[in-house]
Design a protein around this ligand. Structure first.
Ligand code: ADP
Length: 259
C-alpha cells in the first residue's frame, strides 16, 4: 500500500482530503487533530501500521504492518444530521457488512461496535466526536479490519475470539479494494442517517438476536437478558428474566453471549 496507489484507487470517491502514513500511533488521533485544524468533510487518514491503535477506553487495537486496514474518516455533520449522530456507529458497521457482500460473506454486528465473521471479531469501530461548545462539529469514524492472518492478535491478548478475512476466504483481499468498498458503502448510506431504514438494516445484521447476553456497562453493572433488537436511536433492547424490556445505551458497554 502506498499513497499514489491509494489516491488512484479512491479517485472516484468524493473525499475531502487524504493523509497516508507508513506507520502512525493512531489514525483516530491524527484525524481528531486534523478535524480541529479544519479538515473538510470526508477527509481520510490511513496507515499501513498503527503502533498505538485504540479501542474504547484504554483498550488497544492491533494493526501490525502490512496486514490490515486501519483508517479514520472525518465527517462534518450538517445541522440536519446532528440529531442522529448516535447512529454513526451503525452506519460504520453497515458499511463493513455491506462491502463484505462482494465476497459473499454474511458478517454480523456485535452491538455496538464490532463486526463478526463466524462469531469471531474481524473488525472494530471507534467513533469519536469533536465539539464546539455543545455543537458536534466533527465525527471521526475509525475502523480496524483484519485482512491477513498475521493481523490477528495472539489469543492471550483477547477477551473475545478474533479472525481475519484471509482465514475465512482462503485468500486475503486486496486492501485498497476492500477500503474502496467500505468507503463507497458508507457514502451511499449517509443519506439514510436520519431515516428508519438505517436502523432497520442495522437491526437485521445484529448478532445474538433471541439469545441470552450480558452487557457490562461503564459503571461496572451487568445487564442480562434476551437480545431483542434496536431502539430508534440505536440503543439496544433486552428482555430481562422478569419479562421487562431494558434499554442499554451506548457508552462503554461490552456485550457477550451468556453461555
Ligand atoms: P470490546 O470487545 O469489549 O467491545 P473494544 O471494541 O474496545 O472491546 O475493542 C478492543 C479490544 O479488541 C481489545 O481489548 C482486544 O481484546 C481486542 N483486539 C485488539 N486488536 C484486535 C484485532 N486486530 N482483532 C480483533 N480483536 C482485537
Amino acid at each position: 500500500m502506498n499513497e499514489t496507489s491509494l489516491k488512484k484507487k479512491l479517485s472516484d470517491l468524493p473525499l475531502g482530503g487524504l493523509r497516508y502514513f507508513d506507520s502512525i500511533g493512531s489514525t483516530n488521533d491524527e484525524a481528531l487533530t486534523w478535524a480541529k485544524d479544519g479538515a473538510p468533510d470526508l477527509s481520510l487518514v490511513i496507515a499501513d501500521e498503527q503502533t498505538q491503535g485504540r479501542g474504547r477506553l484504554d483498550r488497544k487495537w492491533f494493526t501490525p504492518k502490512g496486514t490490515a486496514l486501519a483508517f479514520s474518516l472525518i465527517l462534518r455533520p450538517s445541522a440536519a444530521l446532528r440529531p442522529h449522530l448516535s447512529r454513526t456507529v451503525g452506519l460504520a458497521a453497515l458499511s463493513i457488512t455491506d462491502s463484505l457482500q462482494t465476497y459473499k460473506l454474511d458478517a454480523r454486528i456485535k452491538w455496538p461496535n464490532d463486526i463478526l465473521l463466524d462469531g469471531r471479531k474481524m473488525a472494530g469501530i471507534l467513533v469519536e466526536t469533536t465539539w464546539s461548545g455543545d455543537i458536534p462539529d466533527s465525527v471521526v469514524i475509525g475502523m480496524g479490519v483484519n485482512v491477513m492472518k498475521a493481523s490477528v492478535p495472539a489469543e492471550e491478548y483477547l477477551q473475545f475470539p478474533a479472525i481475519s478475512l484471509e482465514e475465512v476466504l482462503g485468500y486475503a483481499p486486496v486492501r485498497e479494494e476492500l477500503l474502496h468498498g467500505i468507503l463507497s458503502a458508507l457514502i451511499a448510506r449517509l443519506p439514510e442517517m436520519g431515516s428508519n431504514n438505517l436502523i432497520k438494516a442495522w437491526d437485521e445484521k445484529l448478532s445474538f438476536r433471541g439469545e441470552q447476553v450480558r452487557v457490562r456497562e461503564g459503571g461496572g453493572q451487568v445487564v442480562s437478558g434476551e437480545l431483542i433488537g434496536l431502539a430508534s436511536d440505536g440503543s439496544l433492547r433486552l428482555r430481562d428474566e422478569h419479562g421487562n424490556f431494558v434499554i442499554v445505551r451506548f457508552g462503554d458497554v461490552s456485550l457477550r453471549p451468556s453461555a
